[in-house]
Each structure stands twice: as structure tokens, then as C-alpha cells.
Design a protein around this ligand. Structure first.
Ligand code: PLP
Ligand code: COI
Length: 341
């Protein structure tokens, strides 16, 4: 298979149209068989549920070329399960787990020419999503839906690759208690756009959102969970019902414990204690682990001892081990790697 002529090393996190995508439609209470298509456009009613009431959810995952030349993806069963939770919370039909995983495998295989080569620094981002496609004008769920999966080759999510980020404590909330912060609903991202652009205008890379009820606890950023490292090398991550259960974060806790022999703690993390941590990272499919060097809380700077030039040493070990598993350099825990080719 000849690869496309793409400057893999200089890709950013953007959309590059690839050859094929998977499409399935839900009508009269059932999903059709679905198929791969070359048509990258969607034609729906002007009154579609997604356009009027934002009835849509999505997932994000990646395909990797391993050291020995296979194409693999990482824990797609967990993305299927999370999408199931998103669909249930948004009154959308579930796309069955086995079919979800097969759709990922088929879409990546059909776009093999776009899977970045091993060692290029790029990966193939996979975006499964679903939306209400028929007309609704009263506030109610649609009765017809479309599930699609497209792929796009990507580089680092944050400009500058692994250079430590500067983030700010945000005055806007991302998610309400008992709201939708724990699912991957498009609406969570629509309402974060003002906050992220405002952060950029003020010179920050991202927002640190606090819990909406008390504004004392660390939640997450717009697109990644937090990991902190304590002075005695413990890995700490916020526990909250209103953050997205990151598959990367859940995997990193296993990596920290089982591969690196570190103590891990998933617990409430107060903003007041952030100054005592020695490393901070943002973890997610897109972010992988992006180090944070500085957190600004209304003019008060918290400078992580790991500094502004490199990842902290524990963050680096976590990063190397996770990406080592994903790229086939290290043996993966059972069931983590889905071989595509
Ligand atoms: N938090 C938010 C709000 C996200 O959008 C994402 C990205 O998917 C994550 C966390 C990280 O989740 P994952 O590691 O499953 O990609
Ligand atoms: C991902 O990491 O897959 C996401 O969906 C996050 C998004 C901000 C790109």
C-alpha cells in the first residue's frame, strides 16, 4: 500500500479529507447495514434535531502504525461503551458495540494510505459521531439518526508539540452537577468555544475548569483530563461526576501502577493544593499527555517545578510507556490493542 504524499512531520491537528467513511442510518427503530462511502458531505432537513437542539455526540480515538508495521487502534471497546452512555443520556439509539468496533476497523483499513508511518510523529485520528437527522420542531428527540466514522491524519493537538503549556483558571463553567459533563455531547464543546477563544485572546493555551457548585475543585480542560504528580512521586487525578471519563487517563493509571510501580490516587483535587504538585499534564486521545508548566489563577501564577522547557520526569515516563504500548514497542495489557492490519 502506497502512502499518500503528506508531510507527516508537520501536520497539525486539523481536518484532511480521506477517501472513505462509514455511514449507517437509523429509521423505524432499527439501524441499517451501513456502508463505506466516498461522499464526505451530509444532506439533512433544515429542521434536523442536530441543527435545532444539538442532538449529537461523538468519540475520538487514533490508529497507529506499530514498530513492526501493523496498523492498530487502542481500546475501541471503551469508546463504544462511552458512546453508548452518551447516546442514552441524549435519548439517541445505541450503535451496538461489536458493530462500532467493526466500523472503526473497516474505516481505518479503507484509509490505510493515510495512516502516518511509524516514527513520523503523526497518527490517524478517528471520529465516530451520531446525530438526529430528521425534522423536530417541538423539543423532543429525533426519530431518525445517522452514525458516521471518518478519519483524518493529525499531528500534535497543541502547537509546539510537547512544550509545556500555560493555562488559566477559568471563570466560566464547563459542566453542571448532574448535567452532561460526563458524556461526549457536542453541546459541551459548543458552550466551551467562547471560553477557549477568550483564553487564547488573553494569551493562555487552555482553561482549567473548576466544579460549578463550589468553584474550589479542579475538574478538567475543554478536551482533556488532568494528571498531577506529588513531591513524593504519587500520580493524582481529579475524581468528579461531571468530567469526561478519559480512556487515556484510565489507561495511564494502570500504566503508572503496573508498569512504573507508582502509587496512584483518584480523588477530589482542590485548587488550593495545586501549588504543591511538582508536575501537571493534560491527558486525552488528542492531547496524549501535554505538560503544563504554568497555571494562572486570576493573576496569581503557579509555576510547576518541572518548568517551561520540558515535560517533568514522571510525566515523561508515563508518556513514553503509554505511547510505547500504542506503537507496539512495549507489551500491552490484554485486550488493549485492536489489530486492524
Ligand atoms: N475530557 C474531555 C472534555 C475530552 O473532550 C476528552 C477527549 O476525548 C478527554 C477528556 C480525554 O478523553 P480520552 O482520553 O478518552 O480521549
Ligand atoms: C479527543 O481527544 O479525542 C477529543 O475528542 C478532544 C477534542 C478536544 C479534540
Amino acid at each position: 500500500m502506497e502512502k499518500k504524499n503528506i508531510d507527516w512531520a508537520n501536520l497539525g491537528f486539523g481536518y484532511v479529507q480521506t477517501d472513505k467513511r462509514f455511514v449507517a442510518n437509523y429509521k423505524d427503530g432499527a439501524w441499517d447495514e451501513g456502508c463505506l462511502t466516498s461522499d464526505a458531505t451530509v444532506a439533512i432537513s433544515e429542521c434536523a434535531g442536530v441543527l435545532q437542539y444539538a442532538q449529537t455526540c461523538f468519540e475520538g480515538m487514533k490508529a497507529y502504525t506499530t514498530e513492526d508495521g501493523h496498523i492498530v487502534t487502542f481500546r475501541p471497546d471503551l469508546n463504544a461503551e462511552r458512546m453508548e452512555a452518551s447516546c442514552k443520556r441524549l435519548e439517541m439509539p445505541v450503535f451496538p458495540k461489536e458493530r462500532f468496533v467493526q466500523a472503526i476497523v473497516d474505516t481505518v483499513a479503507a484509509n490505510e494510505a493515510y495512516v502516518p508511518p511509524y516514527g513520523s510523529g503523526a497518527t490517524l485520528y478517528i471520529r465516530p459521531f451520531m446525530f438526529g437527522s430528521d425534522a423536530v420542531i417541538g423539543v423532543k428527540p429525533a426519530s431518525e439518526y445517522q452514525f458516521r466514522v471518518f478519519t483524518t491524519p493529525v499531528g500534535p493537538y497543541f502547537k509546539g508539540g510537547v512544550k509545556p503549556l500555560t493555562i488559566r483558571v477559568c471563570d466560566y463553567d464547563r459542566a453542571a452537577p448532574h448535567g452532561t459533563g460526563h458524556i461526549k455531547a457536542g453541546l459541551n464543546y459548543a458552550m466551551s468555544l467562547y471560553a477557549i477563544m477568550d483564553a487564547h485572546r488573553q494569551g493562555f493555551d487552555e482553561n482549567m475548569y473548576l466544579d460549578a457548585a463550589t468553584r474550589t475543585k479542579v475538574e478538567e480542560t475543554g478536551g482533556a483530563n488532568f494528571l498531577f504528580v506529588t513531591k513524593d512521586n504519587k500520580v493524582v487525578t481529579p475524581k468528579s461526576n461531571s468530567i469526561l471519563p478519559s480512556i487515556t487517563r484510565r489507561s495511564l493509571l494502570v500504566v503508572a501502577k503496573e508498569y512504573l510501580g507508582l502509587e496512584v490516587e483518584e480523588r477530589e483535587v482542590y485548587l488550593d493544593e495545586v501549588k504543591d504538585f511538582v508536575e501537571c499534564g493534560l491527558c486525552g486521545t488528542a492531547a496524549v499527555i501535554s505538560p503544563v508548566g504554568k497555571i494562572v489563577d486570576h493573576g496569581k501564577e503557579i509555576c510547576l517545578p518541572s518548568g517551561m522547557t520540558e515535560m517533568g520526569p514522571t510525566t515523561k515516563k508515563l508518556y513514553d510507556t503509554l505511547t510505547g504500548i500504542q506503537m507496539g514497542r512495549l507489551e500491552a495489557p490484554k485486550g488493549w490493542i485492536q489489530v486492524i492490519k
